[in-house]
Design a binder for this molecule. Structure first.
Ligand SMILES: [Zn+2]
Length: 85
């Protein structure tokens, strides 16, 4: 642990702190992991597929609602009736 001078206010601060305790000037932004992970984490195919499936379900739901309209509850009721048989 060493003391360095804050670039913003000149206060002597530890080089292990994330930000200057006096003025809040952020330190070590280049070496902080969150930035690196944010930079190097690409959108994976699994994410893309998950989003696509989610969108498909949304489209399917809209399609079903527009097809059956207000009868959707009647259709559901019929399905439930058939299941109970
Ligand atoms: Zn400072």
């Amino acid at each position: 642990m060493a003391l360095i001078k804050c670039q913003e206010c000149g206060q002597e601060i530890s080089d292990e702190v994330v930000a200057c305790p006096k003025c809040g000037y952020p330190l070590k932004t280049e070496t902080k992991k969150p930035w690196l992970t944010f930079e190097t984490t690409p959108t994976t195919w699994k994410d893309v597929i998950a989003i696509l499936i989610f969108c498909l379900f949304g489209v399917l739901l809209i399609f079903l609602l527009s097809k059956f309209g207000t009868d959707i509850f009647k259709v559901l009721k019929d399905i439930m009736m058939n299941l109970n048989k």
